[in-house]
Ligand binder design. Structure first.
Ligand code: DON
Length: 613
């Protein structure tokens, strides 16, 4: 995760520049129909950008409190959608733009349903539903919710509240009209009272930036991490902000700025670039629509300069597949016999390793699915690494599951790796797939399983049985005479499953030649929950020679993964041979070097691949 404390100077400079450019822009004047608002300082001017990573860029009066006014409307609408069913709310307020001023008495002529929750009539109807839900606790519910959106405790500015309560006759008239149409079913006064109080909630430009970023983040506050709002409700709220948030200026705003937004007569403007950022401007002078003049000008320029218009988004095509390779290049950390390695060299291109990245939304998921499909020729095996996938929305998780099922019907197995973090993909947990050998907690294990599958398939296709006995590769590198002199001197040692063969730090005084079983070199105590394995050795492979040759301590534990046996060359045998049969030692050293050179060659290949990505 990036450090939210760090911000980019280049972005900050843009805000500084905009602030300097618009500081002296003096169109409009602060609202005065609510007497207390006329006291605002027209020079106050703040700009905030809050990212969906929780980073905040700010300039000017961003910590000065002012009243939220109409910017409260989308939040109360969100709260009402949280408290009531969709059908209930549909009967109380519409979602059609009215094209009217904020204080227009814009009700449906027959039903009396206000056009939308962003104009006063719809907002009063909405607040009344919060009041109806729990008259005792309505204000607490509302303030708690706003506070969660902002990530800090918010409260009501009592003098602004009183000022509007005592002068808000038009809003009071709207409330009674709504009572007349039964949109409000009880005395409208408590709901109106709550509406005046919500408009008088004191916020800073920074609060509005974070609240906007929370909407940009599908309802998760990116600063506190709290899931405040359901993504579906967030979408609904942004939709009405998009079509109705700037009153009768909304069409032009969407055309010029291209973001769902909301303004307030306190001088605030809040705009949202979904999935990207929240933007807030504070400047009290208003234009004839009741929107902050500087706010509009700054948002227009930010949208243009930073290319944030929603309808001007670059395609992300081609960014989903982080890497696509085959097992001819990329191998697991399993060391196999020379024969098996050669088989993988020859046929490894049947194993396709796809590493996906980013947010797998529809377009990205489609890219991955198409890529999977293109690799799915007969006999292919797919290994899909999900570690760098940041999110997999439910619908796209279903598409991925379907694709995997389709490929399974074509006998193309898909082995998924490192996707535990994608909760949407595992409605029943990843355990079931792991049991079926289709899910692996590490890419290495997935690759290893794919190699095993391919080697089995190759035997099946050739009509061969797996070899019953195996010859030790190192011995095969020796001249026959040396081999017959050496073999009787090797000690045969059997290991039970889980038995420790040697321990990190032990003297490296033995070389092990595997006859049967699998042995893993692991870092960390073998009892640890997830010891890191850096190699698994198969029959015919030898291990322990590096510490033996360099006379250095063991660098890892080696554990028997299954029952097995090894031929062991001890240091004392080696030393005795050196004295008594030097030619055997020379041949042995040559064989060890040949074996090591082969291993080094393969290791280099994997390192190169890592570097190339
Ligand atoms: O109801 C009112 O008139 C105010 N409390 C809020 C109006 C408002 O903010 C309009 N927005 N630009």
């Amino acid at each position: 995760m990036p450090d939210p404390g760090r911000t980019a100077d280049a972005i900050q400079r843009i805000l500084d520049d905009l602030h300097a450019k618009y500081r002296d822009f003096d169109d409009g004047k602060p609202a005065d129909y609510i007497p207390e608002l006329s006291k605002a300082n027209p020079k106050d001017f703040g700009i905030v950008i809050a990212t969906t990573d929780g980073r905040i860029y700010e300039i000017g009066e961003t910590r000065k409190e002012f009243t939220i006014q109409s910017i409260s409307k989308p939040f109360t609408y969100a709260l009402a959608l949280k408290l009531h069913s969709d059908a209930y709310m549909e009967a109380k307020v519409g979602v059609e733009p009215s094209g009217d001023a904020f204080n227009a008495i814009s009700l449906h002529p027959q039903t009396g349903i206000p056009r939308n929750p962003m104009i006063n009539a719809g907002a009063i109807a909405t607040t009344a539903q919060v009041m109806a839900f729990d008259p005792e606790r309505a204000e607490t519910l509302l303030l708690d919710f706003y506070s969660d959106m902002a990530g800090r405790r918010l409260d009501v500015n009592e003098s602004v509240f009183r000022s509007e309560r005592d002068t808000g006759h038009r809003n009071r008239a709207i409330g009674h009209l709504l009572r007349n149409f039964d949109i409000i079913n009880t005395n409208p006064e408590p709901g109106l009272q709550l509406y005046f109080r919500q408009c008088a909630v004191s916020v800073t430009c920074q609060d509005l930036g974070v609240m906007a970023a929370t909407l940009a983040c599908q309802g998760r506050n990116p600063v506190t991490g709290t899931e405040v709002l359901d993504p579906d409700i967030t979408t609904n709220v942004l939709a009405v902000m998009g079509s109705c948030g700037m009153y009768d200026y909304t069409g032009q705003w969407l055309y010029n700025v291209g973001m769902p937004a909301k303004s307030g007569v306190g001088g605030g403007v809040m705009a949202v670039v979904p999935g990207r950022l929240g933007l807030a401007v504070y400047s009290p002078p208003l234009d004839s629509y009741g929107n902050s003049s500087r706010g509009i000008a700054v948002c227009e320029e930010i949208s243009e300069r930073l290319q944030l218009h929603l309808f001007n988004q670059p395609s992300r095509a081609g960014t989903t597949i982080r890497s696509a390779t085959t097992a001819q290049r990329r191998r697991s950390r399993r060391w196999r016999s020379e024969q098996e390695s050669q088989q993988l060299d020859r046929h490894g291109d049947r194993i396709h390793v796809l590493q996906a990245q980013g947010v797998l939304d529809f377009a990205a998921a489609e890219e991955l699915l198409a890529e999977m499909q293109s690799k799915a020729s007969a006999g292919a095996i797919l290994v899909i690494d999900l570690q760098q996938v940041l999110a997999l929305p439910r619908v796209d998780a279903e598409l991925l599951r379907e694709e995997i099922d389709d490929l399974a019907k074509l006998d193309v197995p898909c082995l998924l790796c490192r996707g535990e973090h994608l909760r949407e993909f595992w409605p029943q947990g990843e355990g079931q797939l792991a049991k079926e050998g289709q899910y692996f907690g590490s890419l290495d294990r997935g690759l290893e399983a794919a190699e095993d599958m391919l080697l089995e398939a190759l035997l099946r296709e050739a009509g061969e049985q797996p070899p019953q006995t195996c010859t030790v590769g190192l011995l095969e590198l020796l001249p026959p005479q040396t081999r017959s002199q050496l073999e009787p001197l090797l000690e045969r040692r059997s290991f039970a499953q889980g038995e420790l063969v040697c321990r990190q730090g032990d003297a490296g005084d033995e070389v092990f030649l595997i006859e049967s079983g699998l042995f893993s070199a692991v870092l960390g105590p073998p009892v640890a929950e997830k010891p890191l394995r850096f190699a698994t050795f198969s029959p015919s492979v030898s291990f322990g020679e590096m510490a033996f040759l360099t006379r250095s301590p063991r660098t890892a534990d080696v554990v028997a993964d299954e029952p097995g046996s090894c031929l062991v060359l001890t240091r004392s045998t080696f030393d005795r041979l050196e004295r008594e049969q030097p030619q055997v030692v020379i041949d042995l050293l040559l064989a060890l070097h040949q074996d090591l050179a082969r291993k080094l060659g393969r290791t280099n290949q994997q390192l190169l691949l890592l570097e190339q990505g």
